[in-house]
Design a protein around this ligand. Sequence first.
Ligand code: MN
Length: 202
Amino acid sequence: MSATTRHPLTEYQRRRHFDRTTEPSGQGGPRGRGAGDGLFVIQHHAASTDHYDFRLEVDGVLKSWAVPKGPSTDPRDRRLAVPTEDHPLDYAEFEGTIPAGEYGGGTVLVWDTGGYTNTTRRGDAAVSMADGLARGHVTFALDGAKLTGGYALTRFRGGDHEAWLLVKQDGEGADARRNPVSTQTESVLSGRDLDEIAADAR
Ligand code: MN
């Protein structure tokens, strides 16, 4: 999605029917978490194509990428991250099942969430998340239940088929033997797995 959308949530709202999905409408106003520079959330989304939605609070919205294989704790892994439309901040607490036939139809689980700290620099100067994203490179430290420490997001292709890479940085939280996407599948908000969330929605 274009980062130049006039109102950041226009694209989010255009794609959804809020009388059919229980996702937040984005009219509720921002509710940041205040930990570090903002909140992050990673949602496991069992849609037509299974993926993880990686979201970072930046300037009052959740900047979002779809990560097909999910995040890694191994600094040697490079995970494709495809930008999607900005989401409202209260989406960070959304779990449930989006009806089949609606945009994003499928079950959503909050796989990890917490605060993050922007560590993006250019030479000696600190760079804001917004500037870093516009330039195509940000680094940040996560303080989540499953993921901690530094990650980098780097744009490697622009234009209509923009694509980024999500890479773990060495140091805190780096561990080539962990594979939390496979071994820690439950929701950090509710403890439920995808089947339980889907069953509860029915
Ligand atoms: Mn998704």
